[in-house]
Design a protein around this ligand. Structure first.
Ligand SMILES: O=C(O)CCC(=O)C(=O)O
Length: 204
């Protein structure tokens, strides 16, 4: 347990499972209505390629939608059942009953990063029940920042490796988090990956 409500399950996904997830992520992110680099409110570009499944998170309005209204208007594909089942198992290990209906796939190249933020655009019932965020890391190791519920709280740095799962719910649900950088060349060679996929699951 990293903090109350947060759990780091190191090497949760075995290598063959990671390979299967990477193949699926590649097909989705390189496929039709695949990954794009979102522009956020204020005009800045994010430093990841993203595709949302289940519901689209609009980076201009900070709302979830059925189509990619900020980009190309594509409808959102559903969360693959195998992804949702994996996330539910991870959550259960951490003591949560969780039926995710949103999965964001983020791709980090060598300069990929994500600023400190809270995940707070899900439904108010989900957030007040403390339903968790479940994250699965694949490929290069990430310097993951995990802060408190206020932006100015101290921040821990966790090195999330390929196959690691990280869960934060309950009292940890609104903790700030982000990725300061990834460490190129650290992915397991068997994945044939230069970069990092992160799958992040939520229940609206
Ligand atoms: O890539 C990660 O580990 C974090 C992703 C994240 O914070 C998000 O998608 O909101």
């Amino acid at each position: 347990m990293v903090a109350q409500g947060a759990a780091w399950l190191k090497q949760y996904v075995p290598l063959d499972g990671q390979q299967a997830l990477v193949a699926r992520c590649r097909a989705i992110i390189d496929g039709p209505a695949g990954g794009y680099v979102p522009t956020v409110r204020g005009g800045g570009k994010m430093h990841v390629r993203m595709v949302c499944l289940g519901r689209h998170w609009n980076p201009l309005t900070y709302r979830y939608e059925a189509t990619r209204a900020d980009y190309d208007g594509s409808p959102v594909a559903p969360v693959p059942e195998a992804f949702a089942a994996l996330a539910a198992r991870v959550a259960q290990e951490a003591g949560f009953i969780f039926r995710p209906d949103i999965c964001l796939i983020n791709w980090y190249g060598p300069d990929g990063r994500m600023g400190l933020h809270q995940d707070k655009d899900e439904g108010s019932e989900s957030i007040s029940a403390g339903l968790p965020v479940v994250s699965i890391s694949l490929g290069d190791t990430a310097r993951f920042l995990f802060g408190g519920v206020r932006r100015r709280d101290p921040v821990d740095t966790l090195l999330l490796e390929s196959g690691d799962a990280f869960v934060f719910g309950g009292p940890a649900r609104l903790r700030y988090h982000g990725v300061s950088r990834i460490m190129p060349g650290t992915a397991p060679p068997a994945l044939g990956l230069e970069g990092r996929f992160n799958l992040t699951f939520r229940q609206f």
